[in-house]
Design a protein around this ligand. Structure first.
Ligand code: PEP
Ligand code: MG
Length: 572
């Protein structure tokens, strides 16, 4: 049998299934008498201490192996000793709940709140709380720890979902692949699988009931397939595919460092998409020609108050200093649509993606916009700042945004505060209306970057978050490609930089099309950088131009994809 899954960490593995079902506590809604309260509180403290000891042991092990992963355990420790939750658990016990019932109630309350967050990345953090809930309850119940840290033989781990502590502590030499029933590309499991380079196939429906322990399977986390009980012949075939994949992966890694040149010697600027100034993001900048998209809204998420000017200033400055002379494209706050803030209550909208989002929201909340612009302009003295406005739909939008920048500059002048006078001002092209008047927009700005994620959503009229209609969200739609071609032509004519910072910028099939249109800058997440550089090095611009012209004349996205897959089969 063959089952489909979402390949979130590429690779191919063949091996035996190990069904992994982490401890799931069954909690009775038990009540206690008044005189039992002190013992219940004591029970909670003891369980918490033994959970703490487990976490400490795990953290010590990880600190030697992988300090980055140890941070997950530190976050769990923080949850375990969260003062607000502790207080509420004590109150629940005082109200007559048993230790287990109190812990369960309060953790579930917080999990519910976090699970409702609009931002997928914050929602995913509910799994940390769930992880700690189970650990604490297991300790309350006196059940010993079970995890993936000690495996005796190589296995393919199959689970409903994995807790962050499972993935962080697992014996990565023994885990050949991970298959789960749930989880998306931004889940902990996906992030850790990628960083450990373990093939991972998530979202395989009913995997736990379809598979059994010791069953022979092939996990093809390249094409998103899980094959059970493969024949000798199929194993041989997959063996070859796995060797080839391995060979290519090793070869691709060699491209991470150094500049990217096409086969005929044209330099392509490969830039990085970031969402913070944490160590991992800063480290990624070593391999790229600057930051092509700094999604500044992540600094505003998951907190109760808006970030201050000073906080933002420090973060922007850190990134700019790290980039040196390379540009840092700082996108101003892009909130609304799928991204919501805890620190800013906004009215509910029927169509949030068509609503008061991004630049529109900034123009209607000038104080927030101005604080960000002040921080950015001040930080600009530390490097090469390019300021970019998201969701621009008209020249009015551009002019209004630039007017606010001018106001902020005047205020800083009046206050005699130093700021950069050399910044570039640009726009994201992610609404078809602005793409279609790129000839006019280019006169108003210094540069543009194409946000293909939204440009695709608005061109094809498909909500990019709605999985039920995902097949209508066609990144290779000829209409989208024609819009990109037009925008690139207009910016080239004007001699101004244009790039792509949506997912298409790091897409392996799209690269020849983008270069063929004349694109010379692409921006992407770190995991796509080496592969993009490799593809660039194997492309000839003349051939790329022909391919780009050809796809614009094609009839459907399927035709484009099939053509590019075939044309690039020897390159990828
Ligand atoms: C885009 O829309 O392509 C883009 C880069 O912005 P975001 O994905 O953050 O909306
Ligand atoms: Mg966008």
């Amino acid at each position: 049998m063959v089952y489909q899954g979402n390949p979130v960490s590429e690779g191919i593995a063949m091996g035996k299934v190990m069904l992994y079902e982490p401890f799931v506590p069954a909690v009775d809604v038990a009540t206690i008498a008044k005189d039992e309260i002190p013992a219940a509180v004591d029970h909670y403290e003891k369980a918490r201490n033994s959970a703490k000891q487990e976490l400490e042991a795990l953290r010590t092990r990880l600190q030697q192996d992988d300090p980055q992963k140890a941070k997950i355990i530190t976050a769990h420790m923080d949850i375990l000793f969260d003062v607000a939750m502790e207080e509420e658990i004590h109150d629940a016990i005082s109200d007559g709940k048993s230790t287990e019932a109190a812990v369960d109630k309060i953790f579930k309350k917080y999990i519910k709140i976090i699970s409702k967050a609009a931002d997928e990345r914050i929602r995913e953090r509910a799994s940390d709380l769930e992880d700690v809930r189970c650990r604490l309850l297991r300790n309350c119940m006196g059940v010993p720890e079970r995890n993936l840290a000690f495996l005796t033989e190589p296995v393919i781990v199959v689970a409903k979902d994995l807790f962050p502590s499972d993935t962080a502590s697992m014996d990565r030499k023994k885990v050949q692949a991970i298959v789960t029933e749930v989880g998306g590309p931004t889940s902990h499991t996906a992030i850790i699988a990628r960083s450990y380079e373990i093939p991972a196939l998530l979202g395989v429906e009913n995997a736990l009931s379809l598979l059994h322990n010791g069953q022979s399977v092939v996990v093809d986390a390249v094409d998103g397939r899980l094959m059970t009980d493969p024949s000798e012949e199929e194993l041989k075939e997959y063996g070859k595919k796995a060797d080839l994949f391995q060979l290519r992966a090793e070869e691709t890694k060699k491209y991470l460092d150094g500049d990217a040149f096409t086969k005929d010697g044209t330099k392509i600027e490969v830039e990085l998409n970031i969402g913070s100034a944490n160590a991992q993001e800063i480290d990624g900048m070593r391999h790229t020609n600057g930051v092509g998209l700094f999604r500044s809204e992540f600094l505003y998420m998951g907190r109760d108050t808006l970030p201050t000017e000073e906080e933002q200033y420090k973060i922007y400055r850190k990134v700019l200093m790290q980039a040196g002379d390379d540009p840092v494209i700082l996108r101003t706050l892009d909130i609304g649509g799928d991204k919501k803030l805890d620190c800013l209550q906004l009215p509910k909208e029927d169509n949030p993606f068509l609503g008061n989002r991004a630049l529109r929201l900034c123009l209607s909340h000038r104080d927030i916009f101005k604080t960000q612009l002040r921080a950015a302009l001040r930080a600009g003295t530390a490097g090469n700042l390019w300021l970019m406005f998201p969701m621009v739909g008209s020249l009015d939008d551009i002019r209004n945004a630039k007017e606010v920048v001018r106001e902020v500059q005047q205020e800083l002048d009046c206050e005699k505060i130093e700021y950069s006078k050399k910044i570039k001002i640009g726009i994201m092209i992610e609404i078809p209306a602005i793409a279609m008047i790129a000839d006019l927009a280019v006169k108003e700005v210094d540069f543009a970057s194409i946000g293909t994620n939204d440009l695709c959503q608005y061109t094809t009229a498909v909500d990019r978050m709605n999985q039920n209609i995902a097949k209508y969200y066609q990144s290779y739609h000829p209409a989208l490609l024609r819009l990109i071609r037009y925008a690139v032509e207009q910016f080239h004519k004007a001699g101004k930089p244009i790039s792509v910072c949506g997912e298409l910028g790091g897409d392996r099939l799209a690269m020849p099309v983008l270069l063929g249109f004349g694109m010379r800058r692409v921006s992407m997440g770190i995991s796509a950088v080496a592969r993009a550089k490799k593809i660039i090095s194997r492309l000839d611009l003349g051939e790329a131009r022909n391919m780009a012209e050809r796809v614009c004349q094609m009839e459907t996205a399927g035709d484009v994809e099939a053509y590019l897959t075939d044309a690039l089969k020897d390159i990828l």
